[in-house]
Design a protein around this ligand. Structure first.
Ligand SMILES: Cc1cc2nc3c(=O)[nH]c(=O)nc-3n(C[C@H](O)[C@H](O)[C@H](O)COP(=O)(O)OP(=O)(O)OC[C@H]3O[C@@H](n4cnc5c(N)ncnc54)[C@H](O)[C@@H]3O)c2cc1C
Length: 482
């Protein structure tokens, strides 16, 4: 039957896979597999039967062909930092991990491109090209760990994508091992190639089109100078209003991030930046570009913030202070561990002007479920990230998180927004897709998927609601059943 694949692996497939990658790159022991049973979305878990760590596109293609011969499905995994259960194996016994395909293969300074393997860590790319005055712009807060392959699969964003755009704006071509084992290159080094934009449609496919093994990335010049401001507000509504007002004045900062009171409390305890503990919200605003004119732009931003009720606006004094401010922001999720044993990060989008309304709604929904919620998010993009705090040993709280998550996303859609800004659909939001799309739209998307993967073998039972048949809900944690 199409799409279901074998539920478990035949012994002969283990032998074939061992011959392809070698025994040292095949994990099947219980202890070894334990770390692969979830990503950053820990409410659902599912363990593969085997994890393979190939070193080349040739090995990946051979794995895929072997799986096809045995009618076995597979799931790609980068660093497992995903927040929607995208790399959970659902009736896919074989997990293909990209941690050993982690090389920057070539840097072309004249054309400002880098050719990389899929498992290279995002931050490594910018580190490699910084000496040439270049950077890879998309900067998810997980960038010290997440991989380019995962970024491509999720079309990831980051604080600086307000100015620079998301992953799809910075990937020129993608090498894809299709689900039948054929290796194809989608896109090219020149902009706007002929034909349909298959590169574009494959970015954000969450591993359902096959496996990305290499990519050519666009590099952009490092800015000559930065100004990074911290604006402190006594009312979260005022901070939200300042976000719209800054952009309404024609200023597009490189980054415009917000943290609410609970988040500030956790971050201050962890990183000691000097955030005022009694603030209701803070904005981190960065502008970059040519040195000339930046000071004037920073003054304009300060004026807007004060007009909207900021009680204090500070400019980072030097690079060290800027780095600490960004460390506090980008490691904010880590600091949440101080607040509760578990947390679930939601990801939705609303039009920027609706940020005050959605923040009020989030607070109401969390209170109804008896949950605490912290917010740290890409305010300039209207991309909210409420972090629901809970204890997984408390069934009532787990249920509350699931209900609150759904209600928050329903509210985003009702306000004219969307179900995900950057973390993808994964297993988490499959059932919510009909909030945005009708049956005809969903069927059209399924047909696009089948162009790349007719037998639905690559990351099966993801994204589309009808494919959720393989998921079994067990309490207190939902577990995705193989
Ligand atoms: C602390 C923290 C902060 C975060 N901040 C951000 C942020 O600012 N912006 C943002 O967008 N996201 C953010 N994320 C989410 C996450 O880091 C991104 O979605 C990231 O792109 C996932 O990369 P990964 O390598 O960990 O992929 P994984 O989690 O391993 O996989 C993600 C998806 O990609 C697929 N996949 C992985 N590799 C491949 C491949 N080679 N070919 C095909 N499919 C593949 C998987 O099957 C899965 O569907 C954050 C997560 C954490 C934990």
């Amino acid at each position: 039957m199409l799409g279901l694949g074998a539920m478990s692996m035949p012994a002969s497939l283990f032998d074939e896979l061992t011959a392809i990658v070698g025994a040292g790159a095949l994990l099947r022991g219980d202890e070894e597999l334990r770390v692969y049973d979830c990503d950053g979305y820990t409410l659902e878990r599912s363990r593969p039967e085997v994890v393979l760590l190939p070193r080349s596109t040739r090995e990946v293609a051979a794995i895929v062909r072997a799986c096809n011969r045995h009618d076995v499905c597979f799931v790609p995994r980068g660093a497992g930092t995903g927040l929607s259960g995208g790399c959970l194996p659902i009736r896919a016994p074989v997990m293909i991990g990209f941690s050993r395909m982690n090389r920057v293969l070539a840097v072309d300074v004249a054309n400002r491109t880098a050719r990389v393997e899929a498992g290279v860590v995002n931050r490594e790319v910018s580190a490699r090209v910084a000496a040439h005055g270049l950077q890879y712009a998309p900067d998810p807060s997980s960038q010290p760990a997440c991989t380019i392959g995962g970024n491509i699969a999720e079309n990831s964003g980051g604080p600086h994508t307000l100015k620079y755009g998301v992953t799809t704006n910075h990937v020129l071509s993608v090498q894809l091992v299709r689900a039948d084992g054929e290796v194809v290159e989608l896109g090219g080094v020149a902009d706007d190639g002929p034909g349909y934009d298959l590169r574009g449609v494959s970015i954000g496919a969450e591993g359902t089109f096959g496996l990305v093994t290499e990519a050519t990335l666009r590099l952009v010049p490092l800015p000559e100078a930065y100004r990074t401001l911290l604006a402190v507000f006594d009312r979260v509504d005022d901070a939200s209003a300042a976000v719209s007002a800054i952009i309404g004045r024609g200023i597009v900062p490189a980054a415009l991030e917000m943290m609410d009171a609970l988040m500030v409390e956790a971050v201050e305890a962890a990183y000691h930046f000097g955030f005022p503990k009694d603030a209701d919200a803070v904005l981190i605003i960065e502008i970059d570009g040519l040195h000339a004119g930046l000071a004037r732009q920073a003054e304009r931003i300060e004026t807007v913030c004060r007009e909207r009720g900021a009680r204090e606006v500070r400019v980072a004094a030097d690079e060290a202070e800027r780095a600490l401010l960004w460390k506090s922001r980008k490691r904010a999720f880590g600091a949440v561990g101080r607040l509760a044993p578990n947390y679930c990060t939601q990801d939705g989008v609303v039009p920027r002007s609706k940020v005050p309304e959605i923040l009020r709604t989030i607070r109401t929904i969390a209170a109804e479920q008896g949950l605490r919620v912290a917010n740290v998010f890409h305010a300039g993009d209207g991309n909210i990230h409420p972090i629901l705090l809970y204890d997984e040993r408390d069934r009532r709280e787990v249920d509350g998180v699931l209900v609150a998550g759904r209600k928050i996303l329903e509210a985003c859609v009702a306000l004219g927004g969307s179900l995900t800004g950057e973390h993808g659909i994964g297993v988490e939001k499959m059932d919510l897709l009909p909030l945005l799309f009708g049956a005809a739209d969903l069927e059209l998307m399924r047909r696009v998927r089948r162009v790349f993967d007719p037998d639905l073998r690559s990351n099966p039972h993801k994204i589309f609601p009808a494919d959720s048949a393989g998921i079994e809900v067990r309490e207190p944690q939902r577990r995705a059943a193989l």
